[in-house]
Design a protein around this ligand. Structure first.
Ligand code: AMP
Length: 399
């Protein structure tokens, strides 16, 4: 069985065709600059040269058509016909409160996804366009929506409600949703396998640290709290996002400093975090390099970043009544061992002891805790595409 995994952004489309017997991708591709000049598709197949198509693509329909052509191409393709694609799994950022698991897309699901646009105005529209484009090109192939928010729908009320008038939750659905669910779920399952234990018997803290980042408390296989909130702006300090701040700063910026709401939004989402603190870059490698050359603000940015994550780990340790393992994943969590060490410094009081020798790994699965550490620490490469493909297969097999 082959599953096509599609992740649509506003002007980009990432895809993987995954063979579910081997759980390996047959082809991995990226379409960029959809709807703007210089549209380009790049497809990689193991053991072959990259296949690059540069041709105008006015919208996502053109992009999907090109993706399917590339997959069945006589020379560069990996399948003979589209019949060899058994289903399509779509990454959808926001599934609101209705979906606590993946669903086969039908008219009712599409209608609800439209309603969710107001909750994720930047992310859900391109996701929906991607589903519609695939439905047009592949009329008889099942489409499955896999939500970033779904894994966190198990949070109890005390974790997802804010200290706001209850009517705002009842009438306007203002609550914590949480994101990166597919990644948190995937790495927690791998951690349980590494520990040779049933996930139902484990308390796991997962740290997805990429340009965006979130920390999740997973008790007995279920998310019971997560650092992102109503939007992906809340939580730990991120590449360009502020993470947690006093909400009164927003009104201060508007009332006292004359910011417009758009400017506040831009400031908090695009100019804050590691970029804003360091004044150097949002990319972790640049900031680390600057810090190692003695740049005070770069070092300060790293310290604030580590501290913000450490606080969540402490909070979730308490929320679960202890933890059996701590997992680091995504661009920074998988690769930047200096970050894992910076975060774990001071967590020895919780029985979290990192082994500085074992920890010197980048981009590979490794247990990096000391033998004496009560809490096992893992670096685990995430694989959201495989998780989406697995969920898609499960759903269509149980249909
Ligand atoms: P992501 O959003 O998951 O792609 O992660 C992007 C972040 O990962 C950026 O801040 C990169 O600097 C960081 N990153 C990627 N590779 C490395 C690496 N080898 N060492 C340190 N940081 C890395």
């Amino acid at each position: 069985m082959n599953i096509l995994v599609v992740n649509c952004g506003s002007s980009s489309l990432k895809y993987q065709l995954i063979n579910m017997l081997t759980e390996k991708p047959l082809a991995v591709g990226l379409v960029e600059r959809i709807g703007i000049q210089g549209s380009i598709l790049t497809q990689k197949v193991e053991g072959r040269d990259k296949y690059i198509i540069e041709t105008p693509m006015k919208d996502h329909n053109d992009a999907i058509k090109l993706v399917l052509d590339a997959l069945v191409d006589n020379v560069h393709g990996v399948i003979k016909s589209m019949d060899e694609i058994n289903a399509v799994g779509h990454r959808v950022v926001h599934g609101g409160e209705k979906y606590s698991s993946s669903v086969v897309v039908d008219d009712e699901v599409m209608k609800y996804l439209d309603e969710c646009i107001k909750l994720a105005p930047l992310h859900n529209p391109p996701n929906i366009i991607g589903i519609e484009a695939c439905k047009k090109m592949m009329k008889d192939t099942p489409m499955v929506a896999v939500f970033d928010t779904a894994f966190h729908q198990t949070m109890p009320e005390e974790a997802y409600l804010y200290g706001l008038p209850y009517e705002l939750y009842e009438k306007h659905h203002i609550r914590r949703y949480g994101f990166h669910g597919t990644s948190h779920k995937y790495v927690s399952q791998i951690a349980a396998e590494c520990m040779h234990k049933d996930i139902k018997d484990l308390n796991i803290i997962t740290c997805h640290l990429g340009n965006g980042g979130s920390v999740t408390a997973i008790k007995n296989g279920k998310s019971i709290d997560t650092s992102m909130g109503f939007t992906p702006l809340q939580g730990i300090v991120m590449g360009t996002r502020s993470g947690d701040i006093d909400p009164a700063i927003v009104t201060y910026l508007v009332d006292e400093l004359g910011y417009s709401t758009k400017e506040v939004n831009d400031l908090l989402n695009k100019k804050s975090g590691i970029l804003g603190l360091s004044g150097t870059s949002s990319d972790f490698r640049d900031v680390r390099a600057a810090a190692s050359e003695g740049d005070h603000r770069a070092q300060l940015a790293l310290n604030v970043y580590y501290y913000s994550i450490r606080k969540y780990i402490g909070a979730y340790f308490v929320a679960m009544g202890g933890a059996d393992c701590l997992v680091f994943t995504a661009g920074i969590g998988e690769n930047a061992y200096e970050t894992r060490e910076g975060i774990c410094e001071g967590l020895e009081c919780l029985g979290i002891e990192i082994d500085l020798e074992k920890d010197k790994v980048r981009g590979e699965l490794a247990e990096v805790s000391k033998d004496s550490s009560k809490v096992k620490i893992f670096a685990i490469p995430t694989n959201e595409e495989l998780m989406i493909a697995k969920e898609t297969m499960e759903i269509i097999n149980n249909k």
